[in-house]
Design a protein around this ligand. Sequence first.
Ligand SMILES: *Cc1c(COP(=O)(O)O)cnc(C)c1O
Length: 219
Amino acid sequence: MDYDSLKRILDDKGVKLIAVSKTQPPERILELYEKGHRLFGENRVQELVPKYEALPRDIEWHLIGHLQTNKVKYVAPFVAMIQSVDRFKLLREIEKQAAKAGRVIDCLLQFHIAQEETKFGFHEDEAMAMLESEEFRALQHVRICGVMGMATFTDDREQVRREFRSLRQIFERLKAHYFADQPHFREISMGMSGDWDIAVEEGSTMVRIGSLLFGPRNQ
Ligand SMILES: *Cc1c(COP(=O)(O)O)cnc(C)c1O
């Protein structure tokens, strides 16, 4: 699908498009940049940092992949959002590195909604325990803006729909319990190339799309 058509559909619905540029060279990113696109997603720190350095500074970089604590320091100075916060330990490290960088970093809590064991993410009770803790409430340099999740990689569209629906319900419960007075807690990042249309129907506010925009990846 071409960028303009996809962007038009998403704009109509008020859904943000994160162009997932992993494995794509800077030239491909610039093609979208020239069209006015600014939101890009990468899943590896080693790939994100050199791209940040080589490309225009007004790009908003979203980290969407599993993040090791020892790599947070490399992205803390510039990352627009870390979507893949999947454990308290990681959030503590983001707090520490954001403080050093003199920033507040926007984050999403990643939830495990798929059947596959390989995927990362909080379970709801675990996230609630964190959000209720004194330690969490004392954090000053992270701002939780919503939730993120990946559905099972399957042709069963009803299963995918149920999983997205479960993420939406987690979002609604967290919003009601912990973020009711915080308007910035508003993002539900779900939907990729194969399932973005279902995600949008189920309330996604942000889709992360790679191969549909850039073509198949080599790696
Ligand atoms: C690669 C990736 C995407 C995009 O995948 P496509 O199927 O190419 O759209 C979205 N989210 C995450 C977390 C990814 O790693």
